[in-house]
Design a protein around this ligand. Structure first.
Ligand code: FAD
Length: 332
C-alpha cells in the first residue's frame, strides 16, 4: 500500500535535474516531461552539461525551451576542465545572452589517464575558479543599473546594483571519490563560498545521516549558503548499478537487495519511490532547506515522491530568496 501524503513536510522548495536528450524522439518526450514538472512549481530546473562541452548545443536547447515555454528558472550546469579562460568566458557569455541567470559551476571530470597539472586540463583548476569567472563575465557584460529608492530625495535616490546571478556548486556528503579526506571536501566548499557561490547541490546519497552529518561539519567550518540534498528515486537494479558507477557512491545494501528480490517492474518502482520518500521526509525533518530531485528525464517517479511528502500544492513554490540562508541543523 503506498504511503499517504505527509502534511508534516510543510511547503519547502524543490527543484529537478534533467539531461539533454540524444534523439528527436527523446526531445519530444523531454518536452512533455518538462510540461509536467513545470506545472508542479519547482524553484528551478537544472540541465546537465556533457564532459568537455560535448552537450553544449543540446544543453542550451533545453534551457532555451524552459525559458520559452515555462515560467520556471532554468539552471545551467557548466564544466571548465579542458577549457582555456577565453573559451570558458565565451561559453558563459553565450548562456547569459540566451537568458540563463542560474548556474551550477563544476570543474568536471578530467579525461581518463590525465594527471593534476597536465596542461590540457585547461586554465581553470577548480570549480571555485569557474565561480569567480562567471561573476567576472557577468559583471563585465551587465553594467550597473540605476534604480530609484522610494521615499528618498532625488539626489540620493540612485541605487547602483547589479543583476543577480545564482551560482550553485557541487557538494559531496560522502566525499568526492578522489578527495583525500572529508576535510578536503569541506575546504573545497569553503573555497567555493569565498569565490561567490550562493547555493550548493549534493551528490546523491542513500542515508539521511550522511547528509545531516555533512551539514553539521560544513556549518561548523563556516559554510553558510543553503545546501540542497540531491535525491534520486532508484527504480531498478540496473539503474542503481549505473548511478553507483557514475557517482562513486557505495552500494546501499538494503535497497539493492530489495530491488534484486522484487520480480516485477511495478514492485521495483514502488520500492524506489518509497525509499526516496522516506529519505526526503527524514531530510526535511532534519532541516534540509529544499529537495533537489534527479528526474532522469521522467516525471512520474519524482512527482510521486513529492506528492507523498505533501509537497505538491496548487499554490506557486516560494522564490529562491526564501531558501533559508543558514541550515537549521537538528540533532539526530
Ligand atoms: P571541485 O569542487 O573543484 O572538486 C570537488 C572535490 O574533489 C574536492 O574535494 C576536490 O579537492 C576533489 N577533487 C576533484 N578533482 C580531484 C582530483 N583530480 N584529485 C584529487 N581530488 C580532486 N559533471 C559533468 O561533467 N556534468 C554535469 O552536468 C555534472 N553535474 C553534476 C551535478 C552535481 C549536483 C554533482 C554533485 C556533480 C556533477 N558532475 C557533473 C560531476 C562533477 O563534474 C565531478 O564530481 C567532478 O569530478 C568534480 O567537479 P567539482 O565541481 O565538484 O570540482
Amino acid at each position: 500500500m503506498p504511503d499517504t501524503s505527509d502534511p508534516a513536510c510543510g511547503n519547502i522548495p524543490f527543484s529537478f535535474e534533467l539531461y539533454p536528450p540524444k534523439s528527436d524522439a527523446a526531445t519530444s518526450a523531454l518536452h512533455a516531461t518538462i510540461k509536467r514538472l513545470a506545472a508542479a512549481g519547482p524553484e528551478f530546473i537544472s540541465v546537465t552539461y556533457g564532459a568537455n562541452g560535448s552537450s553544449r548545443r543540446s544543453s542550451l536547447d533545453v534551457l532555451t525551451h524552459l525559458l520559452r515555454t515555462t515560467t520556471v528558472d532554468p539552471l545551467a550546469h557548466l564544466t571548465c576542465v579542458g577549457s582555456s579562460n577565453a573559451e570558458a568566458s565565451r561559453l558563459i557569455r553565450e548562456f547569459l545572452d540566451a537568458g540563463v541567470r542560474n548556474f551550477l559551476a563544476l570543474r568536471g571530470d578530467p579525461p581518463e589517464g590525465t594527471r593534476e597539472g597536465d596542461a590540457f586540463l585547461g586554465d581553470l583548476g577548480s570549480a571555485a575558479e569557474l565561480v569567480q569567472l562567471i561573476h567576472r563575465v557577468q559583471a563585465e557584460r551587465v553594467p550597473y543599473r540605476e534604480a530609484a529608492i522610494p521615499g528618498l530625495p532625488a539626489a540620493r535616490t540612485i541605487k547602483r546594483e547589479r543583476e543577480k546571478v545564482r551560482i550553485a556548486v557541487a557538494a559531496f556528503p560522502n566525499g568526492h571519490p578522489r578527495s583525500r579526506s572529508t576535510t578536503q571536501d569541506i575546504d573545497t566548499l569553503l573555497a567555493k563560498q569565498a569565490a561567490g557561490a550562493n547555493l550548493a547541490i549534493t551528490q546523491l546519497f542513500f542515508h539521511a545521516d550522511h547528509y545531516l552529518g555533512f551539514i553539521q561539519r560544513a556549518r561548523a567550518a563556516g559554510v553558510e549558503f543553503p545546501i540542497l540534498p540531491g535525491i534520486m528515486p532508484v527504480t531498478s537494479p540496473a539503474r542503481l548499478r549505473r548511478i553507483l558507477e557514475l557517482s562513486g557512491e557505495e552500494l546501499p545494501s538494503e535497497l539493492a537487495i530489495a530491488l534484486e528480490v522484487e520480480p516485477t517492474k511495478e514492485g521495483q518502482r514502488e520500492i524506489g519511490i518509497r525509499h526516496a520518500t522516506e529519505l526526503a521526509r527524514k531530510l526535511i525533518a532534519g532541516g534540509a532547506p529544499g529537495l533537489h530531485l534527479y528526474a532522469f528525464n521522467q516525471h512520474e517517479t519524482v512527482l510521486a515522491v513529492l506528492e507523498r511528502c505533501g509537497l505538491l500544492t496548487p499554490t506557486p513554490a516560494p522564490s529562491v530568496s526564501e531558501f533559508p540562508a543558514s541550515h537549521p541543523v537538528k540533532e539526530y
